[in-house]
Design a protein around this ligand. Structure first.
Ligand SMILES: C=CC1=C(C)c2cc3[nH]c(cc4nc(cc5[nH]c(cc1n2)c(C)c5CCC(=O)O)C(CCC(=O)O)=C4C)c(C)c3C=C
Ligand SMILES: [Fe+2]
Ligand SMILES: [Fe+2]
Length: 352
């Protein structure tokens, strides 16, 4: 039986040793099972990351292990049970499907050969495991593509830390490039806009379109994190492309944890306010998530749908993430090719 931490690329095919370039997709990670027992180590690793929560280590360790990890795993496991499928966690199988499709696209686009692998920042397969595996397979040029369109130190920054740690352990590290963000990439904006338009063509347009991004503490933005600016830039580009104004396309931030103020307006409060102000049909998209996961399928499509109805809205309709759609695969393949431009390959090497 293949284990999830054995996953290096699509379908476990044997790798061509002449392929020297690889792209490593990195997503957040997800528990191995929707149980408190499996969620606990996942949350311990995630919430123990100083990029995610930057409180003094000893103080945070006491709070995390003394309080949070006693309570939250059971609550989170319950949420995961609502979205778990026969294929497992949506974040995992959605990311694997995207990696498979991206490999297929890069193998037929006429460019230099490139291998696609997938890692998870927390849990398995780890960034370190996958970089070591690619190294064993002879990869000498590595492009890391965190599956976060907007840069935040809490997400992309943390992937960069994990890559740096993995590189430190190698005697002969590969050449390295890391995509910082693709929040305003033309192909990405076009893929998002086309998916929203296609969704409207099937379901009709709601009264408003809400873009809900994952939140982070406000303080991180004050201290220099460009995340808010990049979320706003994505929203601005979508407004222009969809020909909407800022009363028709709104932005909010979800998934707040802890007591500090996070980026506002909060999604749950916004959804309730819109229902109270007479909005009957609300469309919600989450352009910060490359693939569907707990935060979209449970928090938006279930929890916030209930909040909207309780506040006398008729219907909150969640527009799915791009996942492994041709639009996302095509835009990421083009992004990969641009970031890999100029790298020597066995194909470019002089024959003499
Ligand atoms: C407590 C601090 C957190 C910060 C800061 C944070 C930033 C952040 N997260 C994502 C993407 C995802 N987060 C997901 C789940 C999740 N996030 C936090 C906390 C913070 N995130 C927790 C505790 C959890 C786990 C679930 C829970 O207990 O509520 C997920 C989904 C994972 C899945 O398995 O489906 C994603 C994806 C981004 C992009 C981000 C910063 C911009
Ligand atoms: Fe998160
Ligand atoms: Fe959440």
């Amino acid at each position: 039986m293949p284990r999830s931490d054995d996953y290096t690329g699509p379908a476990g095919e044997s790798h061509d040793p002449s392929v020297q370039a690889a792209v490593l997709l990195v997503n957040l990670g997800t528990p191995e099972a929707p149980t408190a027992q499996a969620v606990r180590p996942y949350l311990a690793e995630f919430l123990g990351d100083p990029r995610v929560i930057d409180y003094p280590r000893w103080l945070w360790w006491l709070i995390l292990h003394g309080v949070i990890l006693r309570v939250r795993p059971a609550r989170s496991a319950h949420a995961y049970q609502r979205i778990w499928t026969a294929q497992g966690s949506p974040l995992r199988f959605g990311s694997e499907a995207l990696a498979t499709r991206l490999q297929e696209q890069l193998s037929r686009d006429g460019g230099a050969p490139v291998r696609v692998a997938l890692a998870m920042r927390y849990g398995q397969p780890s960034v370190k495991h996958q970089i070591e595996q690619l190294q064993r397979e002879g990869v000498r040029q590595l492009l890391v593509l965190p599956l976060y369109p907007q840069y935040s130190a809490t997400s992309t920054g943390s992937v960069i830390d994990a890559v740096a740690d993995a590189m430190k352990a190698l005697r002969w590290p590969p050449e390295l490039r890391i995509v910082n963000d693709y929040h305003a990439d033309v192909g990405h904006i076009e893929a998002l806009a086309a998916s929203i338009e296609q969704w409207w063509a099937t379901h009709g347009r709601g009264d408003r379109l809400l873009l809900s991004f994952h939140g982070i503490p406000e303080r991180y933005v004050r201290e220099g994190d460009p995340y808010l600016e990049q979320c706003q830039a994505t929203a601005h580009a979508l407004r222009q492309r969809l020909r909407l104004d800022d009363s028709q396309l709104l932005v909010s931030f979800q998934s707040r944890v802890g007591r500090e103020p996070w980026l506002q307006p909060y999604t749950d409060a916004t959804v309730r306010e819109l229902a109270n102000s007479g909005v009957k049909t609300l469309d919600v998209a989450c352009p910060g998530f490359a693939v569907d996961c707990l935060e979209t399928l449970e928090e938006i499509a279930m929890q916030n749908r209930d909040f909207f109805k309780e506040a006398s809205g008729d219907e909150l309709r969640y527009i799915p993430a791009l996942n492994d759609s041709p639009g996302q695969v095509d835009s990421l393949a083009r992004l990969v090719r641009r970031h890999m431009a100029g790298w020597p390959t066995s194909v470019d090497a002089p024959s003499a």
